[in-house]
Design a protein around this ligand. Structure first.
Ligand code: FPP
Length: 250
């Protein structure tokens, strides 16, 4: 088990379509098996003690996919929210959703809102589903929120700093993003958590999402534990900070 655990892990779950095509199956079959990966990885994340797990399930741009694929994805999301409700409730997992949720059909929105509301007091782990989500869109919305507060006289322009903008994002209440994983071998960010990624470690794995299970997550956590995070400082400065915080025994 890794020694240095990230507090918050984000995952771009990529490769469902290719997984299905490799097997001569419709793309939706990749999403269906991908939902099983979501279940396994969420359970494992809770067991190892992550504080937050954020999954990129539907992007702002995914609505432009063929209508039958979008409809099937929505049905899978609903099935997931209904079937996993007891698991999330029993394990103190708080469900949170980010993105343009008004675009979601009622068949997703209703179980989503109910589970977010009913799990709001849970303290075990926050599972955030990014649904109809875009990083740029989130930043634009946060800017609009802050601008409206300035116009209303509630906020001074000078008070718009890194903290204020970060707090205006839908991830404002989550721990800082420590690790981003993208599956399928692609090395892109694809409009995911653009602000939050500032100091995250990036791990790209050559595994298609439907094949990605708990052991793959553990390998990514091991890779994270081996990284030196400097946050703009030098290694020597970091060593000083560490020795201040944790004086060596004896
Ligand atoms: C990217 O693969 C994946 C998606 C667009 C959807 C992700 C959805 C799931 C994993 C299942 C449902 C989600 C939950 C939370 C239960 P792709 O289709 O772009 O793959 P490709 O790049 O190989 O075409």
């Amino acid at each position: 088990m890794p020694t240095s655990l990230p507090r918050h892990v984000g995952i771009i779950m990529d490769g469902n379509g290719r997984w299905a095509q490799l097997r001569g199956q419709p793309r939706i079959e990749g999403h269906r098996v991908g939902a099983d990966s979501v279940r396994d990885v969420t359970r494992a994340a809770r067991q190892v003690g992550l504080e937050a797990l954020t999954l990129y399930a539907v992007s702002s741009q995914n609505w432009a996919r063929p209508a039958d694929e979008v409809a099937a994805l929505m049905q899978l999301l609903r099935d997931y929210l209904v079937d996993e409700r007891p698991e999330l409730m029993d394990n103190q997992i708080r469900l949170h959703a980010i993105g343009d949720l008004d675009r979601l059909p009622a068949l997703v929105r209703e179980p989503l809102d109910a589970l977010c509301r009913d799990s709001a007091g849970h303290t075990g782990m926050t599972l955030t589903l990014a649904l109809s989500y875009g990083g740029r869109e989130s930043l634009a919305r946060a800017a609009r929120t802050l601008a409206a507060r300035v116009v209303a006289g509630e906020l001074a322009t000078d008070a718009i700093d890194v903290d204020a903008l970060g707090q205006a994002l839908p991830t404002g209440g989550l721990p800082p993003l420590d690790l981003l994983i993208r599956t399928s071998g692609e090395q892109r960010i694809s409009n995911f958590m653009l602000w939050e990624l500032a100091y995250a470690e990036l791990v790209f794995v050559d595994v298609l999402w439907p094949d990605f299970r708990r052991n793959d997550l553990f390998r990514c956590l091991d890779a994270y534990a081996g990284r030196e995070r400097r946050f703009g400082l030098t290694s020597a400065q970091l060593a000083e900070v560490d020795s201040d915080v944790e004086p060596t025994a004896g």
